[in-house]
Design a binder for this molecule. Structure first.
Ligand code: ATP
Ligand code: RIB
Length: 303
């Protein structure tokens, strides 16, 4: 279904340390963990994996260090048939995320950005343009100039450009105008607009600000267990979620963005694309880990 699509992802590559516990500790409190393990992660690598698992051809553009984690993460991407020629390996230390996961599957994440913050903007743009992709996905877990330059170059070259606004931070959206889709989650929406999208009124207000600031064609807010919203400048739609058993919400957003973007490229139907994102996200939250929870297209179509 998506095998003709060439996608480039410019973004982070992290080793995730996942620690599970019934309740997260309060300030000054010690709690006993129930399990821990290492897993492949990073918002960029997760989205690249999601795209590849859904059948697209993918080039990953980013940076790791020539250390144990960097080597393992690259080997993993290569095994997924992701083109890693755009990943530099001369970073100071490969990115690391510590994910604290409670009994309800809700997480808190601390990221050491390391090499992800050292990506060379010119190298990234060159690798992007050389690949001639149909689609570009970016997130905010790398340096700001890399994101801005890649988005502007992609828009100029008519590459469908989708901006996932994770993690939550202020960002100069005005410096990259005219992307096709911009998609923050709830806390990212608050960080970018000052408005938490907890009801239709606030969803609309925040979406209008995002559209005004970015001049993106579509604003898609990821709303967790409430599904997602879509603002095209004229109509606001709330697109309902799919019921599921939540195990771990980590990377649900990455999975949503990748599936939505591929469907948009295939069909050009943004409502259908948001629904595809909701389906993919509902599968991701029902599984442990980041890239290990990415569904295949058959699994999505079976919902
Ligand atoms: P993360 O940062 O943990 O990767 P996120 O906060 O960016 O995720 P969410 O909004 O939590 O993203 O989830 C992304 C999408 O996954 C939602 O828009 C929705 O489609 C789906 N989803 C998330 N939580 C649930 C849930 N409890 N039930 C059904 N679908 C869900
Ligand atoms: O979006 C989930 C990702 O955020 C994790 O894999 C972790 O690496 C952090 O970057």
């Amino acid at each position: 279904m998506f095998s003709d699509i060439r996608a480039a992802v410019v973004g982070s590559i992290n080793m995730d340390l996942i620690l599970t516990m019934e309740k997260v500790p309060q300030l000054g409190e010690n709690v006993v963990g129930t399990d821990y393990g290492y897993a492949n992660g990073g918002k960029g690598a997760n989205q690249a994996t999601a795209l590849a698992t859904l059948g697209a051809k993918v080039r990953m553009i980013g940076k790791v260090a020539d250390d144990e984690n960097g080597k393992a993460l690259l080997e993993n991407l290569k095994n997924k048939k992701i083109d890693i020629s755009g990943v530099d390996t001369d970073g100071s230390q490969t990115g690391l995320a510590v994910i604290i996961l409670d009994g309800e599957g809700k997480n808190r994440i601390v990221v050491y950005e390391g090499a992800n913050k050292e990506i060379d903007s010119q190298n990234a743009v060159k690798s992007l343009i050389d690949y001639k992709p149909d689609l570009l996905l970016v997130q905010f877990e790398t340096n700001e100039d890399v994101v801005i330059n890649c988005v502007n170059e992609a828009v100029k070259n008519n590459i469908v450009t989708v901006i996932d606004c994770g993690p939550a931070k202020a960002f100069d959206l005005e410096k990259m105008q005219g992307a096709h889709i911009i998609s923050p989650n709830e806390s990212e929406t608050k960080a970018l607009t000052g408005i938490y999208p907890d009801n239709d009124d606030n969803i609309l207000k925040a979406s209008k600000i995002l559209k005004e600031r970015s001049k993106a064609q579509f604003i898609v807010l990821k709303l967790g267990e409430r599904g997602c919203s879509l603002w095209d400048g004229e109509n606001l739609k709330i697109i309902p979620p799919y019921k599921t058993n939540v195990v771990d919400t980590t990377a649900a957003g990455d999975c949503f963005t990748a599936a939505m973007a591929l469907e948009y490229l295939r069909s050009g139907d943004i409502v259908k694309s948001c629904d595809m994102g909701n389906k993919a996200g509902s599968i991701a939250v029902s599984r442990m880990g980041a890239e290990s929870s990415m569904p295949t297209i058959e699994e999505i179509l079976n919902i």
